[in-house]
Design a protein around this ligand. Structure first.
Ligand code: DX5
Ligand code: ZN
Length: 229
């Protein structure tokens, strides 16, 4: 199968109804979501707590497509098997989460899952060339991780362009996470991103009883991104 560099919209369930994750995942997929982005936070690596592998496992049957698990936890390695067996398609770990990101990425792939590398806004690309052979995705954080609804950090656009150049023809996705809206999506799409995570901008105005705004929101982000590529 050829590598898919088309724009993919990945709603983050961080902005959904926490009492109804399964139904929310099904609703955004029915409204056009490509991937489902699952934010795991530990109250240690980031100042907020969400949920762990058991919740991912419970959500999995409600997702038809890709379950994209973003680990904002430290340490990562003791939990890789649990997240892999929860049914994650991609597990993304932060470069900043420990001294052995190389080993962590090896362990994720070793568990039979695609490996993602996330970079905080304050982290440069210096290590990335040494890790390119072991990643399927690089996630550029365009907010400091921990909370939804924050403002997009524009200085990251330059990082996305440099990363795009570094990746060349390799089959590696560039994912953007934080503050993605129809206004910011074209900026990162033009710089070379293909996976756009969006929480607030997808779920705003909609609900399980009226999910049609989810569809309109997803379509607006996609159209704005596709218009510049
Ligand atoms: C932030 C999370 C994001 C967040 C994005 O730590 O990793 O996935 O949910 O939310 P918005 O789109 O509201 O910035
Ligand atoms: Zn995320």
């Amino acid at each position: 199968m050829s590598f898919d560099r088309a724009i993919k919209i990945a709603p983050s369930i961080l902005a959904s109804d926490f009492a109804n994750f399964g139904a929310e995942c099904a609703a955004v997929e029915a409204q056009g979501a490509d991937w489902i982005h699952v934010d795991v936070m530990d109250g240690h690596f980031v100042p907020n707590i969400t949920f762990g592998p058991d919740t991912c496992k419970a959500i999995r049957p409600h997702i038809k497509g890709v379950m994209d698990v973003h680990l904002m936890i430290a340490p990562v390695d003791p939990y890789i098997d649990a997240f892999a067996s929860s049914g994650a398609d991609i597990i993304t770990a932060h470069l900043e989460a420990g001294p052995h990101i190389h080993r962590t990425l090896q362990a994720i792939r070793g568990a039979g899952v695609k490996a993602g590398l996330a970079l905080n806004p304050g982290t440069g690309l210096d290590s990335v060339p040494h890790l390119l052979d072991m990643v399927d995705l690089v996630c550029v954080m365009t907010v400091n991780p921990g909370f939804g609804g924050q403002k997009f950090i524009h200085s990251q656009i330059e990082k996305v362009s440099a990363l795009r150049e570094m990746i060349g023809d390799r089959p590696i996705h560039i994912e953007i996470d934080g503050g993605v809206t129809p206004v910011t999506a074209p900026l990162v799409a033009a710089a070379g991103a293909d996976v756009l995570v969006a929480g607030s901008a997808v779920f705003k105005g909609g609900s399980l009883s009226d999910p049609t705004p989810y569809g309109a929101n997803i379509a607006a982000i996609r159209a704005a991104a596709e218009a510049v590529i």
